[in-house]
Design a binder for this molecule. Structure first.
Ligand code: ARG
Length: 471
Protein backbone atom coordinates (compact mmCIF):
# COMPACT_ATOMS: atom_id res chain seq x y z
CA UNK A 1 0.00 0.00 0.00
CA UNK A 2 1.27 3.47 -0.82
CA UNK A 3 2.33 5.66 2.11
CA UNK A 4 1.63 8.86 0.16
CA UNK A 5 -1.55 10.42 1.63
CA UNK A 6 -3.06 11.40 -1.71
CA UNK A 7 -2.77 7.80 -2.94
CA UNK A 8 -4.48 6.49 0.20
CA UNK A 9 -5.66 2.90 0.08
CA UNK A 10 -6.32 3.03 -3.64
CA UNK A 11 -2.85 2.27 -4.96
CA UNK A 12 -0.85 -0.89 -4.50
CA UNK A 13 2.40 0.77 -5.52
CA UNK A 14 4.07 4.15 -5.38
CA UNK A 15 4.57 6.21 -8.52
CA UNK A 16 7.53 5.65 -10.83
CA UNK A 17 10.46 7.77 -9.71
CA UNK A 18 10.39 9.65 -13.01
CA UNK A 19 6.64 10.26 -12.71
CA UNK A 20 7.01 11.51 -9.15
CA UNK A 21 9.80 13.88 -10.12
CA UNK A 22 7.87 15.04 -13.16
CA UNK A 23 4.67 15.82 -11.30
CA UNK A 24 6.03 17.19 -8.00
CA UNK A 25 5.64 20.89 -7.35
CA UNK A 26 7.03 21.21 -3.82
CA UNK A 27 10.41 22.35 -5.16
CA UNK A 28 8.77 25.59 -6.32
CA UNK A 29 5.33 25.87 -4.68
CA UNK A 30 6.96 25.82 -1.22
CA UNK A 31 7.25 29.57 -1.87
CA UNK A 32 3.51 29.59 -1.17
CA UNK A 33 3.81 27.86 2.22
CA UNK A 34 2.92 30.82 4.46
CA UNK A 35 -0.13 31.64 2.38
CA UNK A 36 -1.17 27.98 2.45
CA UNK A 37 -0.91 27.99 6.24
CA UNK A 38 -2.97 31.18 6.56
CA UNK A 39 -5.65 29.63 4.32
CA UNK A 40 -5.63 26.40 6.33
CA UNK A 41 -5.91 28.23 9.62
CA UNK A 42 -8.95 30.12 8.33
CA UNK A 43 -10.48 26.85 7.13
CA UNK A 44 -9.82 25.19 10.51
CA UNK A 45 -11.30 28.14 12.42
CA UNK A 46 -14.42 27.95 10.28
CA UNK A 47 -14.66 24.13 10.70
CA UNK A 48 -14.57 24.69 14.46
CA UNK A 49 -17.18 27.47 14.39
CA UNK A 50 -19.70 25.53 12.31
CA UNK A 51 -19.10 22.40 14.44
CA UNK A 52 -17.62 20.12 11.76
CA UNK A 53 -14.66 19.64 14.10
CA UNK A 54 -14.66 20.16 17.87
CA UNK A 55 -13.43 23.56 19.08
CA UNK A 56 -10.41 21.89 20.80
CA UNK A 57 -9.55 20.15 17.54
CA UNK A 58 -9.70 23.44 15.64
CA UNK A 59 -7.42 24.98 18.27
CA UNK A 60 -4.99 22.07 18.02
CA UNK A 61 -4.89 22.41 14.23
CA UNK A 62 -4.27 26.13 14.40
CA UNK A 63 -1.52 25.78 17.00
CA UNK A 64 0.02 22.95 14.97
CA UNK A 65 -0.03 25.08 11.82
CA UNK A 66 1.71 27.85 13.73
CA UNK A 67 4.41 25.40 14.74
CA UNK A 68 4.80 24.24 11.12
CA UNK A 69 5.10 27.88 10.12
CA UNK A 70 7.77 28.40 12.74
CA UNK A 71 9.70 25.32 11.56
CA UNK A 72 9.67 26.53 7.97
CA UNK A 73 10.65 30.08 8.94
CA UNK A 74 13.59 28.85 10.99
CA UNK A 75 14.74 26.43 8.30
CA UNK A 76 14.14 23.32 10.42
CA UNK A 77 11.30 22.03 8.26
CA UNK A 78 12.15 18.94 6.23
CA UNK A 79 10.55 19.07 2.80
CA UNK A 80 9.59 15.67 1.43
CA UNK A 81 9.57 15.48 -2.37
CA UNK A 82 7.45 12.32 -2.33
CA UNK A 83 4.59 14.36 -0.84
CA UNK A 84 4.20 16.17 -4.17
CA UNK A 85 3.37 19.70 -3.17
CA UNK A 86 3.41 22.34 -0.47
CA UNK A 87 -0.11 21.45 0.67
CA UNK A 88 0.66 17.79 1.40
CA UNK A 89 3.97 18.66 3.02
CA UNK A 90 2.36 21.09 5.44
CA UNK A 91 -0.55 18.74 6.23
CA UNK A 92 1.74 15.74 6.78
CA UNK A 93 3.92 17.64 9.24
CA UNK A 94 0.84 19.03 10.98
CA UNK A 95 -0.43 15.50 11.48
CA UNK A 96 2.94 14.39 12.85
CA UNK A 97 2.77 17.25 15.33
CA UNK A 98 -0.87 17.11 16.48
CA UNK A 99 -2.07 13.63 15.49
CA UNK A 100 -5.73 12.98 14.66
CA UNK A 101 -6.84 16.61 14.70
CA UNK A 102 -4.42 17.19 11.82
CA UNK A 103 -6.15 14.45 9.85
CA UNK A 104 -9.40 16.44 10.10
CA UNK A 105 -8.07 19.65 8.54
CA UNK A 106 -8.90 18.54 5.01
CA UNK A 107 -12.58 17.92 5.84
CA UNK A 108 -14.84 19.59 3.29
CA UNK A 109 -11.86 20.71 1.27
CA UNK A 110 -9.96 19.47 -1.76
CA UNK A 111 -6.52 20.42 -2.96
CA UNK A 112 -8.36 21.91 -5.90
CA UNK A 113 -10.01 24.69 -3.91
CA UNK A 114 -7.10 24.77 -1.47
CA UNK A 115 -4.53 25.57 -4.16
CA UNK A 116 -6.95 28.11 -5.61
CA UNK A 117 -7.17 30.04 -2.34
CA UNK A 118 -3.48 29.69 -1.50
CA UNK A 119 -2.42 30.95 -4.90
CA UNK A 120 -4.95 33.78 -4.90
CA UNK A 121 -3.60 34.94 -1.54
CA UNK A 122 -0.06 34.79 -2.86
CA UNK A 123 -0.84 36.57 -6.13
CA UNK A 124 -2.79 39.29 -4.28
CA UNK A 125 0.23 39.94 -2.05
CA UNK A 126 2.57 40.10 -5.01
CA UNK A 127 0.25 42.47 -6.89
CA UNK A 128 0.34 44.85 -3.91
CA UNK A 129 4.13 44.53 -3.77
CA UNK A 130 4.42 45.39 -7.48
CA UNK A 131 2.13 48.36 -6.92
CA UNK A 132 4.35 49.61 -4.10
CA UNK A 133 7.48 49.24 -6.25
CA UNK A 134 5.79 51.00 -9.18
CA UNK A 135 4.87 53.88 -6.86
CA UNK A 136 8.51 54.12 -5.72
CA UNK A 137 9.67 54.33 -9.33
CA UNK A 138 7.00 56.89 -10.07
CA UNK A 139 8.36 59.06 -7.27
CA UNK A 140 11.91 58.72 -8.56
CA UNK A 141 10.75 59.86 -11.99
CA UNK A 142 8.86 62.73 -10.38
CA UNK A 143 11.99 63.84 -8.47
CA UNK A 144 14.04 63.85 -11.69
CA UNK A 145 11.22 65.66 -13.50
CA UNK A 146 11.11 68.24 -10.72
CA UNK A 147 14.76 69.12 -11.22
CA UNK A 148 14.43 69.22 -15.02
CA UNK A 149 11.44 71.45 -15.52
CA UNK A 150 13.58 73.82 -17.60
CA UNK A 151 15.67 71.27 -19.45
CA UNK A 152 14.59 71.05 -23.06
CA UNK A 153 15.26 68.28 -25.56
CA UNK A 154 14.00 67.41 -29.02
CA UNK A 155 10.82 65.39 -28.68
CA UNK A 156 10.67 62.74 -31.39
CA UNK A 157 8.13 60.95 -33.46
CA UNK A 158 9.44 58.12 -35.67
CA UNK A 159 12.66 58.71 -33.69
CA UNK A 160 13.10 61.85 -35.79
CA UNK A 161 13.34 65.31 -34.18
CA UNK A 162 9.81 66.70 -34.01
CA UNK A 163 9.23 69.50 -31.48
CA UNK A 164 11.04 70.71 -28.37
CA UNK A 165 9.68 69.34 -25.10
CA UNK A 166 10.58 69.71 -21.44
CA UNK A 167 12.61 66.78 -20.09
CA UNK A 168 10.23 66.81 -17.11
CA UNK A 169 7.36 66.21 -19.52
CA UNK A 170 9.19 63.32 -21.20
CA UNK A 171 9.94 61.66 -17.84
CA UNK A 172 6.40 62.12 -16.58
CA UNK A 173 5.10 60.28 -19.64
CA UNK A 174 6.63 57.18 -18.01
CA UNK A 175 5.17 58.09 -14.62
CA UNK A 176 1.70 58.15 -16.19
CA UNK A 177 2.28 54.76 -17.82
CA UNK A 178 3.10 53.45 -14.35
CA UNK A 179 -0.03 55.05 -12.96
CA UNK A 180 -2.10 53.04 -15.44
CA UNK A 181 -0.13 49.94 -14.47
CA UNK A 182 -0.87 50.46 -10.80
CA UNK A 183 -4.56 51.06 -11.53
CA UNK A 184 -4.70 47.99 -13.73
CA UNK A 185 -3.09 45.91 -10.99
CA UNK A 186 -5.67 47.18 -8.53
CA UNK A 187 -8.40 46.11 -10.89
CA UNK A 188 -6.85 42.65 -11.29
CA UNK A 189 -6.53 42.40 -7.49
CA UNK A 190 -10.26 42.96 -7.12
CA UNK A 191 -10.98 39.78 -9.07
CA UNK A 192 -8.12 37.90 -7.40
CA UNK A 193 -9.30 38.61 -3.87
CA UNK A 194 -12.19 36.14 -4.03
CA UNK A 195 -12.13 32.81 -2.19
CA UNK A 196 -12.87 29.51 -3.97
CA UNK A 197 -13.02 27.56 -0.70
CA UNK A 198 -16.23 25.56 -0.26
CA UNK A 199 -16.02 24.34 -3.85
CA UNK A 200 -14.09 21.30 -2.55
CA UNK A 201 -13.16 19.06 -5.49
CA UNK A 202 -15.61 20.69 -7.93
CA UNK A 203 -19.25 20.45 -6.87
CA UNK A 204 -19.35 21.84 -3.34
CA UNK A 205 -19.54 19.70 -0.21
CA UNK A 206 -22.10 18.10 2.07
CA UNK A 207 -20.59 19.64 5.22
CA UNK A 208 -22.35 22.76 6.50
CA UNK A 209 -19.41 25.06 5.69
CA UNK A 210 -19.40 28.84 5.82
CA UNK A 211 -17.08 29.86 2.96
CA UNK A 212 -17.74 33.58 3.44
CA UNK A 213 -16.29 33.34 6.94
CA UNK A 214 -13.07 31.94 5.48
CA UNK A 215 -12.95 34.67 2.85
CA UNK A 216 -13.37 37.39 5.49
CA UNK A 217 -10.84 35.69 7.76
CA UNK A 218 -8.12 35.92 5.09
CA UNK A 219 -9.10 39.49 4.22
CA UNK A 220 -10.78 38.73 0.90
CA UNK A 221 -13.85 40.51 -0.38
CA UNK A 222 -16.09 37.58 -1.31
CA UNK A 223 -16.43 34.02 -2.55
CA UNK A 224 -16.75 32.38 -5.97
CA UNK A 225 -20.37 31.93 -7.05
CA UNK A 226 -19.91 28.66 -8.91
CA UNK A 227 -17.86 25.80 -7.48
CA UNK A 228 -16.83 24.43 -10.89
CA UNK A 229 -15.62 27.85 -11.98
CA UNK A 230 -13.99 28.29 -8.56
CA UNK A 231 -11.59 25.36 -8.96
CA UNK A 232 -10.83 25.87 -12.64
CA UNK A 233 -10.47 29.64 -12.89
CA UNK A 234 -6.96 30.94 -13.48
CA UNK A 235 -8.01 34.28 -14.97
CA UNK A 236 -6.40 35.95 -11.98
CA UNK A 237 -3.03 34.52 -13.04
CA UNK A 238 -3.61 35.58 -16.64
CA UNK A 239 -4.48 39.08 -15.53
CA UNK A 240 -1.49 39.37 -13.20
CA UNK A 241 0.81 38.11 -15.98
CA UNK A 242 -0.75 40.60 -18.40
CA UNK A 243 -0.12 43.40 -15.92
CA UNK A 244 3.46 42.19 -15.42
CA UNK A 245 4.03 42.06 -19.19
CA UNK A 246 2.64 45.58 -19.55
CA UNK A 247 4.85 46.96 -16.77
CA UNK A 248 7.88 45.30 -18.36
CA UNK A 249 6.92 46.63 -21.79
CA UNK A 250 6.83 50.13 -20.33
CA UNK A 251 10.16 49.66 -18.57
CA UNK A 252 11.69 48.30 -21.77
CA UNK A 253 10.85 51.54 -23.56
CA UNK A 254 12.61 53.58 -20.90
CA UNK A 255 15.54 51.15 -21.12
CA UNK A 256 15.70 51.67 -24.86
CA UNK A 257 15.90 55.44 -24.38
CA UNK A 258 18.65 55.09 -21.78
CA UNK A 259 20.60 52.88 -24.20
CA UNK A 260 20.18 55.37 -27.04
CA UNK A 261 20.72 58.47 -24.94
CA UNK A 262 23.91 57.13 -23.35
CA UNK A 263 25.47 56.58 -26.77
CA UNK A 264 27.95 59.48 -27.19
CA UNK A 265 26.23 60.37 -30.50
CA UNK A 266 23.30 61.50 -28.31
CA UNK A 267 25.19 62.12 -25.06
CA UNK A 268 21.94 63.05 -23.30
CA UNK A 269 22.57 60.92 -20.21
CA UNK A 270 25.25 59.28 -18.16
CA UNK A 271 24.06 56.15 -16.41
CA UNK A 272 25.92 56.03 -13.08
CA UNK A 273 28.92 53.72 -12.60
CA UNK A 274 26.79 51.61 -10.31
CA UNK A 275 24.47 50.69 -13.19
CA UNK A 276 27.03 50.51 -16.02
CA UNK A 277 29.49 47.83 -17.05
CA UNK A 278 32.83 47.80 -18.81
CA UNK A 279 34.15 45.72 -21.67
CA UNK A 280 36.70 42.95 -21.25
CA UNK A 281 38.60 44.16 -24.32
CA UNK A 282 37.69 47.81 -25.07
CA UNK A 283 38.89 49.96 -22.18
CA UNK A 284 36.87 53.01 -23.17
CA UNK A 285 33.52 51.23 -22.99
CA UNK A 286 30.72 52.11 -20.65
CA UNK A 287 27.88 49.78 -21.42
CA UNK A 288 24.26 50.15 -20.29
CA UNK A 289 23.98 46.40 -19.61
CA UNK A 290 21.40 46.82 -16.86
CA UNK A 291 19.01 48.66 -19.18
CA UNK A 292 19.68 46.16 -21.97
CA UNK A 293 19.06 43.18 -19.73
CA UNK A 294 15.84 44.68 -18.44
CA UNK A 295 14.72 45.24 -22.02
CA UNK A 296 15.53 41.57 -22.64
CA UNK A 297 13.80 40.30 -19.53
CA UNK A 298 10.55 41.76 -20.82
CA UNK A 299 10.41 38.55 -22.83
CA UNK A 300 10.05 36.54 -19.63
CA UNK A 301 6.90 38.36 -18.52
CA UNK A 302 5.40 38.10 -21.96
CA UNK A 303 6.49 34.44 -22.01
CA UNK A 304 4.65 33.80 -18.74
CA UNK A 305 1.49 35.34 -20.17
CA UNK A 306 1.79 33.32 -23.37
CA UNK A 307 2.47 30.16 -21.38
CA UNK A 308 -0.61 30.72 -19.22
CA UNK A 309 -2.88 31.34 -22.20
CA UNK A 310 -1.54 28.19 -23.79
CA UNK A 311 -2.08 26.16 -20.61
CA UNK A 312 -5.65 27.36 -20.15
CA UNK A 313 -6.82 27.26 -23.74
CA UNK A 314 -9.21 24.38 -24.39
CA UNK A 315 -9.05 22.92 -20.86
CA UNK A 316 -12.23 21.04 -20.04
CA UNK A 317 -13.99 21.61 -16.73
CA UNK A 318 -12.80 21.60 -14.02
CA UNK A 319 -9.39 21.31 -12.30
CA UNK A 320 -6.74 19.77 -14.55
CA UNK A 321 -3.17 19.12 -13.53
CA UNK A 322 -2.04 21.30 -16.44
CA UNK A 323 -2.92 24.18 -14.15
CA UNK A 324 0.01 23.44 -11.85
CA UNK A 325 2.10 25.11 -14.56
CA UNK A 326 0.70 28.44 -13.38
CA UNK A 327 3.17 28.55 -10.46
CA UNK A 328 6.46 28.57 -12.32
CA UNK A 329 5.14 30.95 -14.97
CA UNK A 330 3.86 33.38 -12.37
CA UNK A 331 6.90 33.09 -10.09
CA UNK A 332 9.19 33.92 -12.98
CA UNK A 333 7.05 36.90 -14.00
CA UNK A 334 6.98 37.98 -10.34
CA UNK A 335 10.76 37.84 -9.95
CA UNK A 336 11.17 39.68 -13.24
CA UNK A 337 8.77 42.53 -12.61
CA UNK A 338 9.62 43.03 -8.93
CA UNK A 339 13.39 43.12 -9.44
CA UNK A 340 13.10 45.24 -12.58
CA UNK A 341 10.96 47.90 -10.90
CA UNK A 342 13.42 48.12 -8.01
CA UNK A 343 16.50 48.20 -10.23
CA UNK A 344 14.96 50.81 -12.53
CA UNK A 345 14.25 53.08 -9.56
CA UNK A 346 17.89 52.78 -8.47
CA UNK A 347 19.15 53.42 -11.98
CA UNK A 348 16.88 56.42 -12.62
CA UNK A 349 17.79 57.96 -9.27
CA UNK A 350 21.42 58.20 -10.37
CA UNK A 351 21.04 59.05 -14.06
CA UNK A 352 22.70 62.37 -14.92
CA UNK A 353 20.99 64.31 -17.69
CA UNK A 354 23.12 66.58 -19.86
CA UNK A 355 21.04 69.68 -20.53
CA UNK A 356 23.78 71.18 -22.72
CA UNK A 357 23.77 68.20 -25.09
CA UNK A 358 20.00 68.25 -25.24
CA UNK A 359 20.04 71.98 -26.00
CA UNK A 360 22.63 71.43 -28.74
CA UNK A 361 20.45 68.71 -30.24
CA UNK A 362 17.58 71.21 -30.36
CA UNK A 363 19.61 73.27 -32.85
CA UNK A 364 19.54 70.44 -35.38
CA UNK A 365 16.59 68.92 -37.18
CA UNK A 366 14.47 72.07 -37.59
CA UNK A 367 12.33 71.32 -34.56
CA UNK A 368 11.20 74.97 -34.59
CA UNK A 369 9.42 74.51 -37.95
CA UNK A 370 6.01 74.04 -36.33
CA UNK A 371 6.52 77.39 -34.55
CA UNK A 372 7.07 79.11 -37.87
CA UNK A 373 4.02 77.46 -39.43
CA UNK A 374 1.88 78.43 -36.40
CA UNK A 375 3.25 81.97 -36.59
CA UNK A 376 2.16 82.25 -40.22
CA UNK A 377 -1.27 80.93 -39.25
CA UNK A 378 -1.35 83.70 -36.63
CA UNK A 379 -0.84 86.16 -39.47
CA UNK A 380 -3.92 84.85 -41.24
CA UNK A 381 -2.43 82.19 -43.52
CA UNK A 382 -4.50 78.95 -43.72
CA UNK A 383 -2.62 76.11 -41.93
CA UNK A 384 -2.08 73.93 -45.00
CA UNK A 385 -0.53 76.86 -46.84
CA UNK A 386 1.61 77.75 -43.81
CA UNK A 387 2.76 74.12 -43.61
CA UNK A 388 3.76 74.19 -47.28
CA UNK A 389 5.60 77.54 -47.02
CA UNK A 390 7.47 76.42 -43.90
CA UNK A 391 8.42 73.17 -45.60
CA UNK A 392 9.87 75.16 -48.49
CA UNK A 393 11.81 77.37 -46.03
CA UNK A 394 13.20 74.29 -44.26
CA UNK A 395 14.33 72.91 -47.64
CA UNK A 396 15.96 76.23 -48.44
CA UNK A 397 17.70 76.43 -45.04
CA UNK A 398 18.82 72.81 -45.34
CA UNK A 399 20.32 73.45 -48.79
CA UNK A 400 22.29 76.33 -47.28
CA UNK A 401 23.25 74.37 -44.19
CA UNK A 402 21.74 76.92 -41.79
CA UNK A 403 18.93 76.79 -39.21
CA UNK A 404 15.65 78.58 -39.95
CA UNK A 405 17.00 81.48 -37.88
CA UNK A 406 19.86 81.75 -40.38
CA UNK A 407 17.66 82.63 -43.37
CA UNK A 408 17.91 86.24 -44.55
CA UNK A 409 14.80 88.48 -44.59
CA UNK A 410 14.89 88.28 -48.40
CA UNK A 411 14.96 84.48 -48.38
CA UNK A 412 12.07 84.40 -45.94
CA UNK A 413 10.02 86.83 -48.02
CA UNK A 414 10.79 84.93 -51.24
CA UNK A 415 8.63 82.10 -49.87
CA UNK A 416 6.33 83.94 -47.43
CA UNK A 417 6.07 87.64 -48.40
CA UNK A 418 4.12 88.43 -45.22
CA UNK A 419 7.18 87.93 -42.98
CA UNK A 420 8.56 91.32 -41.87
CA UNK A 421 12.30 91.59 -41.13
CA UNK A 422 13.11 90.67 -37.54
CA UNK A 423 9.65 89.45 -36.64
CA UNK A 424 10.73 85.82 -36.15
CA UNK A 425 13.23 86.70 -33.42
CA UNK A 426 11.09 85.52 -30.50
CA UNK A 427 9.30 82.84 -32.52
CA UNK A 428 12.09 80.46 -33.46
CA UNK A 429 13.09 79.72 -29.91
CA UNK A 430 12.74 76.32 -28.25
CA UNK A 431 12.10 77.63 -24.74
CA UNK A 432 9.28 79.82 -26.09
CA UNK A 433 7.91 76.90 -28.07
CA UNK A 434 7.73 74.80 -24.90
CA UNK A 435 6.32 77.66 -22.80
CA UNK A 436 3.47 78.19 -25.25
CA UNK A 437 2.19 74.60 -25.16
CA UNK A 438 -0.20 74.87 -22.27
CA UNK A 439 -3.07 72.74 -23.53
CA UNK A 440 -4.09 70.17 -20.89
CA UNK A 441 -1.37 67.51 -20.88
CA UNK A 442 0.95 69.69 -22.94
CA UNK A 443 4.65 70.27 -22.35
CA UNK A 444 4.25 73.87 -21.07
CA UNK A 445 5.54 74.61 -17.54
CA UNK A 446 2.07 75.15 -16.05
CA UNK A 447 0.84 71.91 -17.56
CA UNK A 448 3.91 70.05 -16.28
CA UNK A 449 3.36 71.52 -12.80
CA UNK A 450 -0.26 70.30 -12.93
CA UNK A 451 0.91 66.83 -13.98
CA UNK A 452 3.29 66.68 -11.03
CA UNK A 453 0.50 67.75 -8.70
CA UNK A 454 -1.88 65.15 -10.13
CA UNK A 455 0.73 62.44 -9.64
CA UNK A 456 1.62 63.59 -6.11
CA UNK A 457 -2.00 63.42 -4.98
CA UNK A 458 -2.48 60.08 -6.66
CA UNK A 459 0.70 58.51 -5.21
CA UNK A 460 -0.19 59.56 -1.66
CA UNK A 461 -3.79 58.36 -1.99
CA UNK A 462 -2.81 55.05 -3.62
CA UNK A 463 -0.09 54.30 -1.07
CA UNK A 464 -2.58 54.82 1.73
CA UNK A 465 -5.01 52.31 0.23
CA UNK A 466 -2.43 49.66 -0.65
CA UNK A 467 -3.23 46.40 1.16
CA UNK A 468 -0.52 45.15 3.55
CA UNK A 469 0.98 41.75 2.70
CA UNK A 470 -0.53 38.95 4.79
CA UNK A 471 2.60 36.81 4.75
N1 ARG B 1 -0.04 21.00 -6.80
C1 ARG B 1 -1.27 21.18 -7.50
C2 ARG B 1 -1.30 22.48 -8.27
O1 ARG B 1 -0.47 23.26 -8.07
C3 ARG B 1 -2.42 21.21 -6.56
C4 ARG B 1 -2.93 19.91 -6.24
C5 ARG B 1 -4.16 19.53 -6.93
N2 ARG B 1 -3.87 18.26 -7.46
C6 ARG B 1 -4.75 17.36 -7.66
N3 ARG B 1 -4.35 16.23 -8.12
N4 ARG B 1 -6.02 17.53 -7.43
O2 ARG B 1 -2.18 22.67 -9.08
Amino acid sequence: MSTIPSRGGRFAEGPARTAAEYTQSQSFDRTLCFHDIIASKAHARMLGRVGVVAPEEADAIIEGLDRVREEIASGRFVWRPELEDVHMNVEARLTELVGDAGRKLHTGRSRNDQVGLTFRLFVADRIAAWQGLALDLCETLMRQAESHRDTILPGCTHLQPAQPVALAHHLLAYAFMLRRDVDRLGDAARRTRVSPLGAAALGGTTYPLDPLQVAKDVGFDGICDNSMDAVSDRDFVLEACFCAATVMTHLSRLCEELVLWSNPAFGFVTVSDAFSTGSSIMPQKRNPDVAELMRGKTGRALGALTAMFTVMKGLPMTYNRDMQEDKEAFLDADRTVATSLGVMAGMMEGVVFHADRMAAACDAGYIDATELADHLVGKGMPFRQAHHATGALVALAESRGVPLKGLTPEELRSVAPCIEPGELAGVLDCATAVRRRETPGGTGPLSVARQLETLRTWVAETRRRLPKPIA
